[in-house]
Design a protein around this ligand. Sequence first.
Ligand code: MN
Length: 242
Amino acid sequence: MKLPRILLASRAAMDDAQSTPLLGVRQSYLDCVLQAGGYPFIAPRIGDQKLMEDLVGMAHGVLLPGGEDVDPARYNQQPSPHLGAVDKERDACEFYVLEAARKRGLPILGICRGCQVLNVAFGGSLYQDINAERPHLPGHGLGDDFEHAHDIRITSSTRLHAALGLESAHVNSFHHQAVKELGKGLVANAHDDTGLIEGIEGTGPEYVVGVQCHPELLVGRGDGVWERLFLSFVQASQKIRS
Ligand SMILES: [Mn+2]
């Protein structure tokens, strides 16, 4: 059986102030795709629509990893003083990737920032900073805990529920932003104890899933539960391949 090709969007990182950025993906994402039976390949973070359409044309599934904050202009807000780093080139790249993937009906998995990009691309909005915009609620675990920071409740009859087979799960938490208003055609598939959205997915027949936690780090620490998410995504991509 030929492996489904999974396109991963990349980020820019400086390793040397005098030089140009490195473009890449943390290996934990690649490992999870490989373990689940996918063939990962990396899209350079370049805001070029044609290039991204061509790359998506070679893919059977698309994974958007974690990273910077989405430019709030993308959801018609002025930047808050609590906004973190923004990479407009990366935003452009990933919005083009998503547009092309949606046109082709490819499976999409968004992780942390990827979940937020997904929501904004579907017309939704974000909390630019959870603790600044939801001060009446207990502070969200923006963990220094690399393993488990809080629980999530998983909505029944969702793809996430079907993938994990659980009503609740322990997750890590490294986000200071979160989904505010849901995009069109999306539902929440998980919430934390304060009602904050911890995951989203499409209501249509295509596999479109976003999670706010970092399952790739949990899998790397031997958490078998979250392997099932990557399996469900790669299996959906395999259907596109065959
Ligand atoms: Mn969280």
